[in-house]
Design a protein around this ligand. Structure first.
Ligand code: GAR
Length: 208
């Protein structure tokens, strides 16, 4: 029996993906615990959700640091303090330095609200509507130094409908995010999925 894996979740806002992970973890009794939730914004409402669940929270305001390197050094020290086995970016709206990414290589995950490599960056739902694509979605990936570009662990697609607004499309995608992110985190926790160089490997579970 392995020790409980320690997950640190980074958020900047609402934290609905964080909540989805919390829910699945409890319902499915993963061999894991959320060691801390860290936000770069004191106003992130997800902090209250975490606190209500008895999870330690920490705020590191990026504006309090002179540059990206200094912020990322403080952030990485905070994560290490909580002895994270896995770092889960859940609506964490900061570009990370190569040094930070390297430090957590293979144990740093992100969810991005598009079918990467389409539409990296911001305003992905409006980008999809403007491009006229018929399918849009979300991607869970290991984080590499190139923004929104790492090896893909899971994706889910949704249709883009004729009269879609950004909000309608975002809600449709978010529903899928709440499905694929907890599953991806669980697969990594359980050692079924891992990063091998720049490839995602998956243990064959077809015989189980
Ligand atoms: C989610 O849609 C997530 O994919 C996106 O922010 C939202 C956070 O919602 N992340 C990014 O855009 C990362 N660049 P949540 O706080 O309710 O999980």
């Amino acid at each position: 029996m392995h020790a409980m894996k320690r997950i640190v979740i980074l958020i900047s806002g609402r934290g609905s993906n964080m909540e989805a992970i919390m829910r699945s973890m409890a319902a499915e009794q993963w061999p894991a615990q959320i060691a801390a939730v860290i936000s770069n914004k004191a106003s992130a409402s997800g902090l209250q959700t975490a606190q209500a669940a008895g999870i330690p929270t920490k705020v590191l305001e990026h504006r309090a640091y002179p540059d990206r390197e200094a912020f990322d050094a403080a952030l990485s020290a905070a994560i290490d303090y909580f002895e994270a086995d896995l770092v889960v970016l859940a609506g964490f709206m900061r570009i990370l330095t190569p040094g930070f990414v390297h430090h957590f290589q293979g144990r740093l995950l992100n969810i991005h609200p598009s079918l990467l490599p389409s539409f990296p960056g911001l305003d992905t739902h409006q980008q999809a509507i403007d491009a006229g694509v018929k399918l849009h979605g979300a991607t869970v990936h290991f984080v590499t130094p190139v923004l929104d570009h790492g090896p893909i662990i899971a994706q889910a697609a949704v249709p883009v409908l004729e009269d879609d607004t950004e909000a309608l499309l975002a809600a449709r995608v978010l529903q899928q995010e709440h499905q694929i992110y907890p599953r991806a985190v669980r697969d990594i926790i359980e050692g079924k999925v891992w990063l091998d160089g720049d490839r995602v490997r998956r243990r064959d579970t077809s015989t189980h």
